[in-house]
Design a protein around this ligand. Structure first.
Ligand SMILES: *Cc1c(COP(=O)(O)O)cnc(C)c1O
Length: 346
C-alpha cells in the first residue's frame, strides 16, 4: 500500500494541482508513438502550432475513485475513449486508439496512486486527457503533428456545497451552432461560452442554460453539463436536440440506465420546449456531468422572469436518489451494470 500525499482531502476545491506524473504521446509521420509517463507538466511547441491558430484541440474528463475496500477504480473510461475518437475525427485530428487510451489512463492513475483521494473524503482524482495540434500550419488546414496528454489532479466538488441547489440563467448567447460542434468535446465550444459564463457568475448564477440556437425554443444543455428534468408524474425527462448540438454526457447516459434498470423509473428522452419549464411542468431539474455528478437546479432565470423548480432550500428526492445511486456505483458501494467499473490494478 502506497503512502498517500499529506493533503487536506476534505477541503479540496475544483482546482489544478500538479501530481507526480502526466502521460504524453506524440503523433508524427502518420503514426502515434509508444507514449509514456513524464514528470514534465509543461508543453513547448512552435509559435506556428495548429492549436494556436486554428484551434485543433479536444479533451475528455473522467475520475478515479478509491472504493471502501481500498481499490482504485475508474468509471466507464471506454466511453471517454469512444467519445474522444469521434471528437478527433470531427476536427480532422488523428483519433487516439481506444485501447491505448484506456491503457494510458490506467498507467497514469497507477503512477499517481498517492494522489487518489481516500474513500469517504468527497474528493476524487480528476483525469484530463487532452489532444492538440503541435504541427506547424499557416494556411488553413489540419496539422500533421499532434500531442495527446493526460494530466491528473485531485479535486473536491465542482460546485461549492456539492448537492446544494444552484440557480442558473438562460444565456443570451449561443453555445454551439446547429449541426456544428456542440456534440463533440472540443475546447472551442468553451471559448464560445466563456463570456456568457463570466457574465452569469457576475450576476450571481452558477451556470448558463442554453436554448437551441436555431429556434431558441428548445432546452439543450448547460455550459459544461447536460440537464435532466422530472415531471409531475415522476418521469425523468431528458432533452434531445433537433440539430445534434448536445454533448453526449456519459453521466447522463449512465443516469438514464440507472433510472430505468435500477430504480424502475420511467424515462422520456424527447424534445423539451422552454415553455414547458415556464409553465411549471417540471418539479425537479439537475445538471449532470463528471465534474458535478448532479447539481440540483433550484430555479431558472430568463431575463426578468424567475422560474422556481424545486427551490433553493434542498435537493429534490429524485435528484438525490439518482445522485446517491450513481456515486454509490462509482465508489463500489453497490454494484452497477456490468463493465462500468474499471479497476486500476495495484
Ligand atoms: C463534458 C461535458 C458534459 C458532461 O459530460 P460527462 O461525460 O458526463 O462528463 C456536458 N456538457 C458539455 C458541454 C461537456 O463538455
Amino acid at each position: 500500500m502506497i503512502e498517500k500525499k499529506d493533503l487536506d482531502w476534505g477541503s479540496l476545491g475544483f482546482a489544478y494541482r500538479p501530481t507526480d506524473y502526466s502521460y504524453v504521446c506524440n503523433y508524427k509521420n502518420g503514426a502515434w508513438e509508444e507514449g509514456g509517463l513524464t514528470t514534465d507538466h509543461s508543453v513547448t511547441m512552435s509559435e506556428c502550432a495548429g492549436i494556436l491558430h486554428y484551434c485543433q484541440e479536444c479533451f475528455e474528463g473522467l475520475k478515479a475513485y478509491t472504493t471502501e475496500d481500498g481499490r482504485i477504480v475508474c468509471f466507464r473510461p471506454d466511453l471517454n475513449a469512444d467519445r474522444m475518437y469521434t471528437t478527433a475525427e470531427r476536427l480532422c485530428m488523428p483519433p487516439f486508439p481506444k485501447d491505448k487510451f484506456i491503457e494510458a489512463v490506467k498507467q497514469v492513475v497507477k503512477a499517481n496512486e498517492a494522489w487518489v483521494p481516500p474513500f469517504g473524503s468527497g474528493a476524487t482524482l480528476y483525469i484530463r486527457p487532452v489532444m492538440f495540434a503541435t504541427g506547424i500550419v499557416i494556411g488553413v488546414k489540419p496539422a500533421e503533428e499532434y500531442q495527446f496528454r493526460i494530466l491528473t489532479t485531485p479535486v473536491g466538488p465542482y460546485y461549492k456545497g456539492g448537492a446544494v441547489p444552484i440557480s442558473i440563467c438562460i444565456s443570451q448567447y449561443d453555445r454551439a451552432a446547429p449541426r456544428g460542434t456542440g456534440n463533440i468535446k472540443a475546447g472551442l465550444n468553451y471559448a464560445m461560452s466563456l463570456r456568457a459564463n463570466v457574465e452569469a457568475h457576475a450576476n450571481g448564477f452558477a451556470e448558463n442554460l442554453y436554448l437551441d440556437s436555431e429556434s431558441r425554443t428548445y432546452v439543450e444543455e448547460a455550459g459544461g453539463a447536460n440537464i435532466l428534468f422530472v415531471d409531475k408524474e415522476g418521469t425523468l425527462v431528458v432533452p434531445i436536440s433537433h440539430t445534434d448540438s448536445i454533448l453526449p454526457s456519459i453521466t447522463r447516459r449512465s443516469l438514464v440506465t440507472v433510472a430505468t434498470e435500477m430504480l424502475g423509473m420511467k424515462v422520456d428522452e424527447r424534445y423539451v420546449k422552454f415553455s414547458e419549464v415556464e409553465n411549471g411542468d417540471f418539479v425537479e431539474a439537475g445538471l449532470c456531468g463528471t465534474a458535478a455528478v448532479i447539481s440540483p437546479v433550484g430555479k431558472i432565470t430568463y431575463g426578468d422572469e424567475v422560474i422556481n423548480i424545486s427551490g433553493m432550500e434542498q435537493a429534490g428526492p429524485v435528484m438525490t436518489k439518482l445522485r446517491n445511486t450513481l456515486t454509490d456505483i462509482q465508489s463500489g458501494k453497490i454494484e452497477g451494470p456490468e463493465g462500468w467499473i474499471c479497476e486500476i490494478d495495484a
